[in-house]
Each structure stands twice: as structure tokens, then as C-alpha cells.
Design a protein. Structure first.
Length: 294
């Protein structure tokens, strides 16, 4: 079975590519514009039709929430129009499509956790671009999985954009790391999510699902946990109110209490603390290997 993974050099896309590859799939890794431009309709549709996959996992996107407030058109072109192009290709081939959406489609004003049937009301441009992308997929495709997830962490992807590696590097340099206390969500380990995507892709239980590791945390709590697991100075992790310092408004509570996902697939996600510990073990292993090679 052939699968195309967009954003395959990114944090989630790299894990998705490896998980499907290890499961015996023929994986076509799209590594950004150097592979093919998803913003060019003819180019991406022609490419995908030539590859003729049974599945597309669409992980690519514009992810800088604050920059999107200043570059709205650029963000919509990649996140929404680019997704429309992927959906067009999937529709023309009749293949399955997995789209990685976001908890930012919710406004965060609910006092309890969110499920798949809650009202959607993004509070920033990024969230609106992801929601509009969902609409494009629903308008074009029948065989789709829309996956809303939150606060991804992992040990792959581009180092400069890796949450954990950035925390570790700053703490090692003795620099303070500021993280919000007023944004609560369910952090998600990219490897765990990738393994779930493999399982659900083998079904035809299409629809929209909220998937994340269990347990809740603020960014501040995640950063403190990283410092502790890395054996670094936790006192350098400093709390902040992110909505007062960032161009884009943030949703204060996007905790998941999924209805559709557990009742459809019966999959139990690990607690984010356990997932982070496993992720940190991989990072520390890579650091030791790099040290041995020098």
C-alpha cells in the first residue's frame, strides 16, 4: 500500500512517515516545496495522481500562530487552499485522506473539556485557517479522517521548531524559559499519534476525531517536566500570561473529552507524562550517540 505524507520533514510528519514505513507501507515523503508545491493546484494534483496512493496523510501547514496574524493571506494560502488542493487530488483518486487539524478551532471558553460535537469558534487567524481547511475537505471528500490534536511534542523534525529541544538548549545555556500558565490542553506525543493514525487508516470509520495523550497541562507544566527529566534547572522555567504578550489571542482551555474517538476505535492513549518520559529517553539516547560519534 502506498501512502503520501505531506510535511514529512516536520515534527509529526517525520514520525508518521517512519511509523508507516516500519509497518511495510510504501511511503512517499513530501518535504515541502522542494518536493512539490501544494499551493499550486495543477502541480500537486498531477503529482498525486501520478503516484496514485491509497492514502494521503496531510501534515504540512503554516504553524507560526503569531506570524499568521501579520501574514494572513500567506497562512490561508498554505493551510486552507493547500489543503483544498490535497482534498481535490484525494477526491479525484477516491483515496483516503487524513488531515491534521488543531485544538485552535475552539475558543477555549468552555469550562469543561471539548468533544467532537462542540461549537467551533476560533479566536485567531491560524484557528480559522484550520477550520476552513476542514470545511474544504468535507465539501470534497467522502473517505476522510479529520484529526484535531494539541501541543505536539517529539524528538524529530526541524530542530529550531522542536519545543523540547528548544527548552533543553535554552536551559543548558542558562537562559530563562517563559511559558504560559493560562493555556490548558492535552499535550500530544507525535509518535503515539502517528501509531494511532496507522491504526485508524486501516478502517473505514471516517469522520472527525479529537486525539491526544490523556491528562491535562499548561505550557508551563510541560516545560517544567522537560527540565526535570533532562536534569536541568527547573527554576529557569518562568510562568507568564501569554495572551498579554503575543500578537495572536490564545484559547485558554482546549482540554479534550472526546466522544467519537474512544467509542469508535476503543484505543486508549497513554498519559502525557508517560509519553514525555519516553520521548525524553529518545532525545537523551540521541545526545549520547552524537557524543560518542565526536
Amino acid at each position: 500500500m502506498k501512502v503520501i505524507v505531506t510535511g514529512a520533514s516536520g515534527l509529526l510528519g517525520s514520525d508518521v512517515s517512519d511509523v508507516f514505513d516500519n509497518a511495510g507501507y510504501s511511503v512517499v515523503r513530501l518535504m515541502g516545496r522542494k518536493s512539490v508545491n501544494i499551493q499550486n493546484t495543477k502541480e500537486i494534483v498531477k503529482f498525486i495522481e501520478k503516484e496514485n496512493p491509497e492514502l494521503i496523510v496531510h501534515c504540512a501547514g503554516y504553524r507560526d500562530i503569531d506570524e499568521m496574524e501579520k501574514n494572513e493571506a500567506e497562512g490561508y494560502t498554505l493551510n486552507t487552499f493547500g489543503t483544498k488542493n490535497i482534498a481535490l487530488a484525494a477526491w479525484r483518486l477516491g483515496c483516503k485522506l487524513i488531515y491534521i487539524s488543531s485544538d485552535t478551532v475552539y475558543d477555549g471558553e468552555k469550562e469543561t473539556g471539548y468533544h467532537e460535537y462542540d461549537t467551533l469558534n476560533p479566536v485567531n487567524v491560524y484557528g480559522r485557517s484550520k477550520l476552513m481547511a476542514e470545511h474544504e475537505i468535507k465539501a470534497l471528500c467522502n473517505c476522510f479522517f479529520i484529526i484535531r490534536t494539541a501541543l505536539l511534542f517529539g524528538y524529530k523534525g526541524h530542530g529550531e521548531n522542536n519545543l523540547i529541544l528548544n527548552i533543553i538548549n535554552q536551559l543548558k545555556a542558562g537562559k530563562a524559559v517563559y511559558a504560559s500558565t493560562n493555556q490548558i490542553c492535552c499535550p500530544s506525543y507525535t509518535k503515539d499519534l502517528a501509531e494511532v493514525l496507522l491504526k485508524i487508516s486501516q478502517t473505514e470509520y471516517f469522520g472527525t476525531y479529537l486525539i491526544a495523550n490523556t491528562g491535562t497541562a499548561s505550557r508551563y507544566e510541560v516545560n517544567r517536566a522537560v527540565a526535570e527529566l533532562a536534569g536541568l534547572d527547573k527554576s529557569l522555567v518562568c510562568p507568564m500570561d501569554e495572551n498579554n504578550t503575543r500578537p495572536a489571542k490564545r484559547s485558554r482551555n482546549t482540554v479534550f473529552e472526546s466522544i467519537a474517538f474512544p467509542n469508535t476505535f476503543g484505543i486508549e492513549m497513554a498519559d502525557w507524562h508517560d509519553a514525555l518520559q519516553r520521548c525524553m529517553s529518545e532525545i537523551l539516547k540521541l545526545e549520547r550517540t552524537a557524543g560518542d560519534d565526536q
